[in-house]
Design a protein around this ligand. Structure first.
Ligand code: CMP
Length: 140
């Protein structure tokens, strides 16, 4: 995956609330191109593997339960400076601290049910994109 790609999930709270279309609209209007996308549902074990980096954190078990509680959208997004620009678009992890107009400020319900995930580095964007998509499922 090129350095100008990032990985996102629309999480179960936002999917269940019917906010997928509105969030994808914000993503496209911010200049991101969707280069891979699917709807799926994680098992607790797969959610645990995806968030393994957080396994020592007190919220890890709840996070795995929550992330496997309903369908999600997984997608790879392309744009210059994708990782940083996408984190600016989604806002702070805790929606209480997210800037006005960001995806989490508008759609997130709590620090856990925070509407979307966004990769925090180019390296993790590659790892996370590869977790969900083979090279044949991506555009380019
Ligand atoms: P995300 O950006 O997907 O990365 C880790 C996730 O853990 C985070 O969003 C939240 O959904 C969840 N989480 C729950 N509690 C916390 C917390 N106290 N600090 C950070 N992340 C948390």
């Amino acid at each position: 995956m090129a350095a100008n790609r990032t990985f996102t999930m629309i999480k179960p709270d936002a999917f269940e609330a019917g906010n997928t279309g509105a969030i994808l609209k914000m993503i496209e209007e911010a200049g991101f191109k969707i280069v891979a996308m699917k709807a799926t549902q994680l098992t607790p074990a797969i959610a645990g593997k995806f968030y393994e980096v957080h396994k020592e954190r007190p919220f890890y078990a709840d996070l795995c339960t929550y992330m496997s509680s309903g369908p999600i959208i997984a997608a790879i997004l392309e744009k210059d400076n994708a990782v940083e620009d996408y984190r600016n678009l989604i806002g702070a992890t805790n929606p209480a601290n997210a800037a006005e107009g960001t995806i989490r400020k508008i759609f997130a319900k709590s620090i856990e049910a925070n509407a979307v995930h966004g990769s925090d580095s180019d390296e993790n964007a590659e790892i996370e994109g590869s977790f969900f998509f083979s090279q044949f499922e991506r555009i380019g």
